[in-house]
Design a protein around this ligand. Structure first.
Ligand SMILES: [Fe+2]
Ligand SMILES: [Fe+2]
Length: 193
C-alpha cells in the first residue's frame, strides 16, 4: 500500500463524522437545544483523531519529507494552503467547544455560534479532503522513490502506535494530578477549590 492509502482510509472515517454533523447542525438550530453527548464526541474526534492523529501524520511526516524535495511552486503553495486549512479547523473546533460550554453554562445565545461553527467545519473538511484526495496526494508520491514510500508507510504506522500510547498516558497523568490534588486537599482540609 502507498502511504497515502492509509491517509485516505482515515479520510473516509472523518467523512462519516462530517456526514453526521451536517443534519445535526440544522436539527439543533430548529429545536433550540443541543445534543451535548454528540457534540462532546464530535469535538473529541476532531481534536484527537482528525487533528492530532491524522493532521499530525500529514504535517510531521508527509509535509516535512516533501519540504526536503525540490517541489514545484504550485505544490509548495498547495502545502501552504493545506496547512492553513489545518490551522483554521483547529481554531474552529476550539471555538465550537467554547460555545458549547457557554451554552451549557446557560447562555442560550451561544446556540447560533454552535450551529455556525458546525456548518463551517463541515464545509472546510469536505473541501480539504477533496483537495488532498483529488489534487495533492498522488502527485506528491512522484517525489518519492519506492524505498522512501515504504519508509513513510512504516513511519505512519509507528506514529499511530506511539500516538495511542501517549494519548492515554497523558490522560492518566492528568487524572492522577486531579485525584492526588483532591486527596491532598481532603487530607489537609485546606483546599480552596
Ligand atoms: Fe490535511
Ligand atoms: Fe487529510
Amino acid at each position: 500500500m502507498l502511504p497515502i492509502g492509509l491517509l485516505m482510509i482515515e479520510h473516509r472515517l472523518i467523512e462519516r463524522l462530517i456526514n453526521l454533523m451536517d443534519p445535526r447542525a440544522v436539527e439543533t438550530g430548529k429545536e433550540g437545544k443541543i445534543d451535548s453527548g454528540f457534540l462532546d464526541f464530535a469535538i473529541d474526534f476532531l481534536k484527537t483523531y482528525a487533528d492530532k492523529c491524522h493532521h499530525g501524520k500529514e504535517e510531521d511526516i508527509l509535509f516535512r519529507t516533501l519540504e526536503q524535495k525540490s517541489l514545484s511552486v504550485e505544490h509548495k503553495e498547495m502545502i501552504k494552503d493545506l496547512l492553513h486549512d489545518h490551522l483554521r479547523s483547529r481554531k474552529m473546533v476550539d471555538a465550537l467547544a467554547e460555545s458549547k460550554n457557554k451554552y451549557l453554562r446557560g447562555d442560550k445565545s451561544a446556540l447560533n455560534d454552535i450551529t455556525g461553527y458546525i456548518q463551517n467545519l463541515v464545509q472546510l473538511y469536505r473541501r480539504h479532503i477533496k483537495k488532498e484526495d483529488k489534487d495533492f496526494f498522488l502527485p506528491m508520491m512522484g517525489y518519492l522513490d519506492k524505498q522512501e514510500q515504504s519508509r513513510m508507510l512504516k513511519d505512519f504506522q509507528d506514529f499511530d502506535q506511539n500516538f495511542i500510547q501517549s494519548v492515554y498516558k497523558n490522560e492518566m497523568i492528568n487524572w492522577e494530578g486531579r485525584k492526588f490534588k483532591k486527596k491532598e486537599c481532603d487530607d489537609s482540609k485546606r483546599c480552596n477549590g
